[in-house]
Design a protein around this ligand. Structure first.
Ligand code: ADP
Ligand code: MG
Length: 293
């Protein structure tokens, strides 16, 4: 049975944009010692834009962009949307390219065939680290240091293009992290993005501990590992990819504008994507626990 005090706390917090899906989560949140946060869409706004593009051959640029557009317009990934928009701005006529066997490689990118030729669009792990490092004299590392996500496009003749995409960190992220740390809660950022980009974004957010190149299924393992070390761990995320990790935390917290799967799996929903609400929710759960006991 649920205590009247808990019930009123749940209804009051709902008015303040924090939706607890049950009294037990109010209690669990008060024990949290560490909090894992997804990067894209959680710490950042999740709306990347292409800031830089490099091509192997200027002369083939239009053809390459047409193909990339055809492939990425089939993907719902936020990076794919941004790349499609960039291609649209550059290409003035929409010539139709037929693509076959489009495949999503979770955490790495996409592959497809165009006129019997295999294309790969995604991170360095997908297109091959050696080619990626040498493209345009190591330009990828320099762009990543600026906190930009790097996407390569490759066909049978090697890497044809590189895109750098910048996603802005949520304006309230830094203060939210500072408050968590002040309360003795250890923040950890989990991301599928590369080491250098992850390190820059983590630094911008004030997070000292981050795990990069983390495949969706690895997020679960990292949450489990954190639980061994900190006992009570919360996970905050927004994507379909985050749902298993949300379920494996003591308290799963979803961003309100996240995907349906994340919202369904979570124990707590932040209705306005509002990161500082996490600390409000923790304070409330601490107060509740002292009242109830
Ligand atoms: P995150 O955890 O940051 O949301 P993901 O796990 O979804 O990232 O993806 C990891 C990496 O895989 C991206 O940084 C990007 O390099 C690459 N990637 C994934 N999907 C795509 C796509 N549709 N187009 C281009 N790159 C992609
Ligand atoms: Mg995300």
């Amino acid at each position: 049975s649920i205590m009247p005090a808990t019930l009123s706390a749940i209804s009051n917090s709902a008015k303040n944009g924090i939706l607890f899906k049950g009294g037990v989560h109010v209690e669990n949140l008060s024990y949290i010692k560490a909090i894992a946060l997804d990067k894209t869409g959680t710490l950042t706004n999740g709306k990347p834009i292409v800031t830089d593009a490099f091509f192997k051959s200027e002369h083939r640029k239009t053809a390459v962009l047409s193909t990339i557009k055809a492939i990425e317009s089939e993907s719902t990934h936020p990076l794919a949307r941004a790349i499609t928009a960039f291609c649209n701005d550059y290409l003035d006529n929409t010539c139709k390219t037929d693509i076959q066997k489009m495949t999503t490689i979770s955490g790495n990118g996409v592959t497809a065939y165009v006129d019997e030729e295999r294309w790969e669009i995604g991170n360095a792990a997908l297109v091959g680290e050696t080619d990626a490092i040498h493209f345009h004299d190591g330009i990828a590392a320099k762009l990543a240091e600026q906190g930009k996500t790097i996407v390569f496009a490759k066909n049978d003749s090697g890497i044809t293009a590189l895109f750098a995409l910048k996603d802005t960190i949520r304006k309230e992220a830094k203060d939210a992290i500072k408050d968590l740390k002040k309360s003795g809660i250890h923040p950890v950022m989990l991301t599928g993005d590369n080491q250098i980009t992850a390190s820059t974004i983590a630094k911008e957010a004030g997070i000292d501990h981050f795990i990069a190149e983390c495949l969706p299924e690895e997020k679960v393992n990292h949450v489990k590992r954190l639980r061994q070390h900190y006992q009570n761990v919360a996970m905050v995320g927004d994507g379909i990819n985050d749902a298993p990790a949300l379920a494996s935390a003591n308290v799963g917290i979803a961003m309100g504008e996240g995907t349906d799967v994340a919202l369904e799996t979570a124990d707590v929903v932040l209705m306005k994507n509002d990161l500082p609400k996490i600390m409000n929710a923790i304070r409330l759960s601490n107060r509740m626990n002292t009242i109830v006991k």
